[in-house]
Design a protein around this ligand. Structure first.
Ligand SMILES: NC(=O)c1ccc[n+]([C@@H]2O[C@H](COP(=O)([O-])OP(=O)(O)OC[C@H]3O[C@@H](n4cnc5c(N)ncnc54)[C@H](OP(=O)(O)O)[C@@H]3O)[C@@H](O)[C@H]2O)c1
Length: 485
């Protein structure tokens, strides 16, 4: 495979929160990798902006350290690193005050793309949008990138959309969900809409059910205070899992363009049934040993009833999917880090080989992490004598094998998404109405378990989650696919 690097036009990228964790771990390393790939033009500039006082040289040193730490010293070759750091600048700014805004406006160049990345606490998003506007930086060429979480519920998401809309058009607002930047997620669309093979089977007549699993091995770590106000539903399901569900379930858009794709995703969210309380399992991880604290300890609240795990069953009420359950689960401190979508097809209607040969459903598994790739489980005859014994084998389309070693290391989601911002392509970003519809689906569930005073079920760290999640599928005569690294 030969990768094609399409250079983007000159840009000024301002990273509000340019000294923060996300900027250091993800945004700056992603930009550096694109720089090394030759995608950033000579005139591209990156301006860090945050409240703490630093002169430009101090910031450049901070950028250099971040690249060495998160890209790796070997990969961050000295010449490239020096040239990249040379493009960075810094402004001390207060999102809620007046400090730094005139200086920042003075650094903006006319006639090139301006991207403002809001890598700060969500409470500051509205302040930033207003000040960019008031200080004359919101041109037609300007766009803002808004990090998650986008709202805490429907009311706050709507208020934030309204605030941003006072200063920017929808076409200038890029709500980032890094899951959409993953190579396999785009491949999902290529597989569905670039092949004749799957689409005729992609409906309730042939698909028994769909499972979406996003399992993490990490706990809440240092994010305990934030996470305890959110929980798995707000942190993962309403955004990441919902986006994956949309891409799996949506109708073919007429074109691969931002609004055509997002219109179809929105229709899926609006067709989702309200989830019944007995179709939701919430869990909370327990301490593993002396080393790893349990959820409540990590969250700093011994009586916390926030879920670190959730499994649920939902349906999409439309012609394509009526009757096909979608099972979603996500959790922290699980047995392996693994994000997989599994499309489980129905059994063949009749086995000509007799009951002793066994029945085996085809399963199409789309792995998002680790080892991005696609596996199709097919049934064949077990080799050798002994009669017609059937066995499942995976047709494995690990990208590295099929497409060459370059594909084994696809660009990080942030690399692709930031370059899409510069190009002005919103296909992989959430539109305001999508986010609101997703909250409208999630809010009643959250309100329901709060009103009932439900406490999450404990589960062992390093397990696959609470037993009740297994029962959710067992009641339907189904089982979860294994969580494998
Ligand atoms: N970290 C992640 O992995 C991650 C993942 C997904 C989404 N996010 C989201 O990304 C955003 C940033 O997260 P983070 O982890 O990078 O947070 P962080 O490490 O706490 O960094 C926050 C940044 O905001 C700056 N800041 C704070 N108050 C400010 C003000 N009044 N004016 C200007 N700058 C101000 C801080 O600069 P000073 O310290 O210099 O004031 C710092 O650079 C949040 O919305 C978070 O939810 C983060």
């Amino acid at each position: 495979m030969v990768s094609r690097v399409i250079p983007v036009e000159p840009f000024d990228l301002v990273i509000f929160g340019g000294t923060g964790d996300l900027a250091r771990r993800k945004i700056l390393p992603a930009l550096f990798r694109r720089f090394c790939a030759g995608q950033m033009p000579e005139e591209a500039r990156i301006i860090g902006a945050a409240r703490s006082e630093h002169d430009t040289d101090e910031y450049k040193a901070m950028v250099r350290d971040a690249i060495v730490e998160f890209v790796g010293e070997d990969d961050a070759q000295a010449d490239a690193l020096a040239a990249f750091v040379d493009r960075t600048d810094y402004v001390t700014i207060d999102a809620r005050g007046t400090d730094g805004w005139v200086e920042l406006a003075g650094k903006m160049r006319e006639g090139c793309v301006r991207a403002f990345y809001f890598s700060v606490a969500p409470a500051l998003f509205g302040d930033l949008a207003e000040r960019i506007h008031v200080n004359g930086m919101a041109t037609d060429q300007s766009r803002i990138v808004v990090e998650k979480p986008f709202g805490h519920d429907l009311a706050t998401a709507r208020a934030l959309n309204d605030t941003l809309a006072q200063h920017f058009d929808e076409g200038q607002i890029y709500r980032i969900d890094h899951y959409l930047g993953k190579e396999t997620v785009q491949n999902l669309m290529a597989i569905r809409f670039g092949n004749m093979l799957f689409e005729p089977l992609w409906n309730s007549q042939y698909v028994d059910h769909i499972q979406i699993t996003v399992a993490e091995t990490v706990g809440v770590g240092g994010r305990g205070e934030y996470y305890d106000k959110a929980g798995a539903m707000r942190d993962m399901v309403q955004n990441h899992l919902m986006q994956l569900l949309c891409l799996i379930a949506m109708e073919p858009p007429a074109k691969f363009d931002p609004d055509a794709v997002r219109d179809e995703k929105l229709k899926v969210i609006r067709a989702l049934d309200e989830v019944e309380p007995h179709h939701i399992v919430r869990g909370q991880y327990e301490a593993l040993d002396g080393e790893h604290p349990g959820y409540r300890e990590a969250a700093g609240d011994p009586r916390s009833s926030t879920e670190s795990y959730i499994a649920l069953k939902t349906h999409i009420s439309n012609w394509r999917w009526a009757g096909t359950p979608f099972y979603l689960r996500t959790g922290k401190r699980l047995v392996a880090r693994s994000s997989v979508i599994s499309v489980v097809f129905k059994d063949a209607p009749h086995s000509i080989f007799g009951p002793e040969a066994g029945r085996h459903a085809n399963v199409l598994s789309i792995r998002l992490q680790p080892n991005e790739g696609i596996t199709l489980q097919v049934t064949i005859k077990e080799p050798g004598p002994g009669g017609m014994r059937l066995v499942d084998v995976p047709l494995d389309m690990t990208f590295a094998e099929a497409l060459g070693p370059e594909s084994d290391d696809p660009p990080d989601a942030y690399e692709r998404l930031i370059m899409d911002v510069i190009r002005g392509n919103q296909t992989l970003f959430m539109r305001g109405d999508e986010v609101e519809a997703a909250w409208a689906w999630a809010d009643p569930m959250i309100a329901g378990w709060k009103a009932r005073g439900e406490v999450p079920k404990p589960y062992e760290s390093g397990s696959v989650g609470p037993d009740q999640a297994d029962q959710l599928l067992r009641r339907d005569g189904r089982v979860w696919r294994g969580i494998k690294p």
